[in-house]
Design a protein around this ligand. Structure first.
Ligand SMILES: Cc1cc2nc3c(=O)[nH]c(=O)nc-3n(C[C@H](O)[C@H](O)[C@H](O)COP(=O)(O)OP(=O)(O)OC[C@H]3O[C@@H](n4cnc5c(N)ncnc54)[C@H](O)[C@@H]3O)c2cc1C
Length: 450
């Protein structure tokens, strides 16, 4: 038996088969290891999964997702597992802003060096007042001097106030970017994380700021090809096999007991669970062990609602469309592969604390009335709404505030052979797919073959 293998023959043992767990397993395979992923659910993918919506008779995702061309870890993984061709990448950021009572504004970044590719179309073509333009230029000059470490304790609202902004710029630029990337409103979102997003994506280069949209179901892009790749390379993904207990011996995790009573021994264990699920596992494992992780119970979560709908006639808009100052923030066109003969769309409501209290018919009513307000089109009367499906993800991501940023742990724990991955660990990125994949790749590098 090689050093990297154990009694089960698998190394490492990964608990949780979301994107982070799958990314860790793919990275382990690339190192020549044979990873085992233990997933509680009936399918891998976690928050990035797809299901068949029986009433709509369509495959739908667990919420609309958008990637960015700056997602280097994710794009590399998808290339490895052979599904990168299922992505649709914009040639430069392109967003159609719908503004109530005004003409819509189609933002397209220009073929110029950064940050002019982003700043000039906004300054020259954007629906801005002279005061907005002056503020934006002043903000841009200050941005270059900002020390990200000093932003750790600030909210986006604090940061904007200190560097000066107008309410129009907040509505048009800062609130939509912050909600879309941090799933938290500017009032409470972490300035440090927004700074990272701006540096890595929007202001890095024209290409890095492009949106990358799924051209197929998320399951076809992530979980299915990842599982095939892992199994082809000698690893395994066991679904319906949640971890129920970690067994500790001499300060190390010796084995994991699954919900169906199997004991799986290993050399190194990676938790790729969200904080809540990890906290439950630790509490049912060993109360002394749990004492070192009480911070897990202190994370708050932020909901995302996706409303899918299918129309008899097409909704003639440019997509993605951002609705300025509306509770429904984005409208996306679904990929052809998810449409059948109808025309399919999705609406996204991020940081949806208030909307999560509404029932399905209230949410559909809100979607119909907001789209009518912004476009003059009544979805039901004018285009024939054939089917709709509402997905409420109450814990879509952790709430990305300065306080939660300070709580995010590194990959190591005080148990020598027990490591953490997941979108919420301290990757320096917002809790997104890219953070999840980065954590999986980096934790496997850290463990090596030991
Ligand atoms: C509606 C919605 C929209 C989003 N939009 C975007 C977007 O546009 N762009 C973006 O980058 N990100 C987006 N995100 C965030 C993104 O989906 C997550 O950051 C990412 O999927 C997290 O992956 P993860 O592997 O860390 O966690 P998870 O996907 O939560 O994976 C954890 C896994 O662990 C399993 N599990 C739980 N308990 C146990 C146990 N005891 N034993 C074994 N397994 C267990 C779970 O079943 C799950 O499969 C969105 C999220 C949602 C919900």
């Amino acid at each position: 038996m090689s050093r990297a293998q154990t009694a089960t023959g698998y190394h490492p043992i990964i608990i949780g088969g979301g994107v982070a767990g799958l990314a860790a397993a793919v990275a382990a395979c690339r190192r020549g290891q044979r990873p085992l992923v233990l997933e509680k659910g009936v399918q891998a993918g976690g928050r990035v999964r797809s299901t068949f919506a029986r009433d709509a008779k369509q495959i739908i995702d667990n919420g609309q997702h958008a990637l960015a061309a700056s997602y280097h870890f994710t794009l590399d993984m998808l290339k490895t597992i052979g599904s990168d061709h299922l992505l649709e990448t914009q040639a430069g950021l392109s967003v159609n802003y719908l503004i109530p009572g005004k003409q819509s504004f189609h933002f397209r970044s220009w073929r110029l060096p950064a940050p002019l590719h982003f700043a000039l179309p906004l300054l020259i073509q954007g629906p801005l007042s002279n005061a907005d333009r002056r503020q934006l230029i002043r903000w841009g000059l200050n941005f270059r001097k900002a020390d990200p470490e000093q932003l750790r304790s600030l909210t986006v609202a604090d940061w904007l106030e200190a560097s000066g902004t107008t309410s129009n710029l907040t509505d048009l630029l800062w609130e939509p970017i912050t909600l879309a990337t941090l799933n938290t409103s500017t009032a409470t979102a972490s300035a440090y994380l927004l700074h990272r997003v701006l540096v890595q994506a929007f202001l890095a280069s024209r290409a890095a700021g492009s949106l990358v949209l799924p051209g197929a179901s998320l399951d076809e892009i992530f979980a299915r090809p990842a599982c095939r790749y892992i199994e082809r390379n000698g690893g395994a993904v066991h679904t319906r096999q949640g971890a129920a207990k970690l067994n500790i011996q001499d300060g190390r995790v010796h084995s994991v007991t699954t919900a169906n009573g199997e004991n799986i021994a290993g050399q190194s264990f990676i938790s790729a669970l969200p904080p809540k699920a990890l906290w439950r596992l630790l509490k049912s494992s060993d109360t002394d062990l749990a004492k070192g992780f009480t911070y897990l119970d202190q994370f708050d979560y932020s909901p995302i609602i996706t409303i899918y709908f299918w129309l008899d006639k097409p909704l003639k808009l440019q997509f993605p469309a951002a609705l300025v100052n509306s509770p429904i923030q984005w409208i996306f066109k679904l990929p052809k592969a998810m449409e059948n003969t109808l025309h399919g769309y999705s609406i996204v409501i991020s940081a949806a604390d208030k909307e999560a209290q509404m029932d399905v018919s209230e949410l559909l009513g809100l979607a119909v009335s907001e789209i009518e307000k912004y476009t003059g089109i009544h979805l039901r009367n004018d285009l024939g709404m054939d089917a709709a499906k509402v997905i409420k993800e109450k814990s879509a991501t952790i709430d990305q505030t300065p306080a939660s940023l300070a709580r995010r742990p590194g990959y190591r724990t005080n148990v020598r052979n027990f490591f953490l991955a997941g979108d919420w660990v301290d990757t320096g990125l917002p809790a997104t797919i890219e953070s999840a994949v980065q954590s999986g790749v980096e934790v496997v590098e850290l463990i090596g073959d030991g």
